[in-house]
Design a protein around this ligand. Structure first.
Ligand SMILES: Nc1ncnc2c1ncn2[C@@H]1O[C@H](COP(=O)(O)OP(=O)(O)OP(=O)(O)O)[C@@H](O)[C@H]1O
Ligand SMILES: [Mg+2]
Length: 303
């Protein structure tokens, strides 16, 4: 398990001090995908950098499977994709880069070559295996950085905006990889601004806001908390008059209604009011993570 306990981090310049993380605690367990969400500058990358040992926290403690930073076993517990250039040698080829990473992490030469080839094939980088890494496109670099993060098959994987810049096929393939890694028992910490990605992949959602973890819950629980009492009703004939006492909107054909109820039992009142009009279809609209995120991280100037 990754355990981040009461971590604090501030950056001080000559002019001021920015308190980025204030007593942030977070856990990532094997087999789960934890989406760490937050607005720009909320401290997601800083948190990941701290776990990687690239930034030292001012206070608090981080451990992975019981090992702490400084113990030699610590670095073997995780792989990380932070920014796509980090850890890649621009003049080496993708094959050489991956092979190097595997060997540094203790694999034999033969095993490293095989693993590198397997990853390049799987991620669609086979054609570029011998090209200098610096000549790869941005998306190809992202894929290679991802491969590099998982090259040594670590139990935990930290991914900072992994689908950024990927085309639709590549993004889908990456999502499938992440899902499969979680199924095989790896713990994944993922940051993204793409709420649909988080919604599809995450088993847990943690939201950083104002230096703190504002929310940390199983995704299903969070979605249930915010389940909306909003219904879409499709009528067979246009609604002639606005007869509804509850908040609603009507499309221009006057046949599609969206109604927000304060309580589920108002659904009967709604049906009653609509009674003369034939109802073709009625459905409850799902909450979506994007809206939940906006609600939970709302700041006065965003209103
Ligand atoms: N090396 C640094 N020196 C000074 N301030 C920094 C440094 N690194 C990050 N910060 C500041 O810390 C805050 C958090 O940055 P961080 O990169 O962790 O945010 P983030 O949540 O990853 O944002 P984004 O979604 O834009 O990637 C920002 O205010 C940023 O300016
Ligand atoms: Mg970031």
């Amino acid at each position: 398990m990754i355990q981040v306990e009461s971590v604090e981090k501030a950056y001080t310049s000559r002019k001021n001090t920015v308190r980025v993380l204030e007593r942030v605690s977070l856990e990532v367990r094997p087999g789960e995908v934890c989406a760490l969400l937050g607005r720009n500058g909320s401290g997601k990358t800083t948190t990941i950098r701290i776990i990687c040992g690239l930034v030292l926290p001012d206070a608090g403690r981080v451990s992975i499977n019981g090992y702490t930073l400084g113990e030699p076993e610590y670095m073997a517990q995780f792989g990380a994709l932070i920014d796509t250039n980090r850890g890649l040698y621009p003049r080496l080829s993708p094959l050489e880069n991956l092979q190097y990473t595997c060997m540094v992490r203790g694999m034999s030469r033969q095993a490293a070559v095989e693993r590198a080839k397997h990853l390049l094939e799987e991620l669609g980088l086979w054609d570029k295996r011998n090209a200098p890494t610096q000549t790869l496109s941005k998306g190809m670099l992202s894929k290679l950085a991802f491969a590099n993060a998982i090259a040594h098959d670590p139990p935990f994987v930290l991914l900072d905006e992994p689908t950024l810049g990927l085309d639709i096929d590549a993004a889908e393939a990456l999502e499938a990889q992440i899902r499969q890694m979680a199924q095989s028992g790896k713990g994944i910490l993922l940051t993204t601004h793409q709420m649909e990605v988080a919604e599809r992949l995450a088993s847990r959602v943690a939201i950083l806001s104002k230096g703190r973890i504002a929310v940390d819950r199983p995704k299903s629980e969070l979605m249930a908390m915010f389940a909306r009492q909003t219904y879409r009703v499709v009528l067979a004939e246009p609604l002639l008059e606005d007869i509804l006492p509850m908040a609603h909107s009507l499309d221009e054909t006057r046949t599609v209604l969206e109604v927000s109820l304060e309580h589920p039992r108002q659904i009967y009142e709604l049906m009653d009011k609509l009674r003369p009009a034939p109802i073709k279809h009625i459905e409850r609209l799902e909450a979506d993570l994007g809206e939940i995120f906006k609600t939970l991280t709302k700041e006065p100037h965003h209103v």
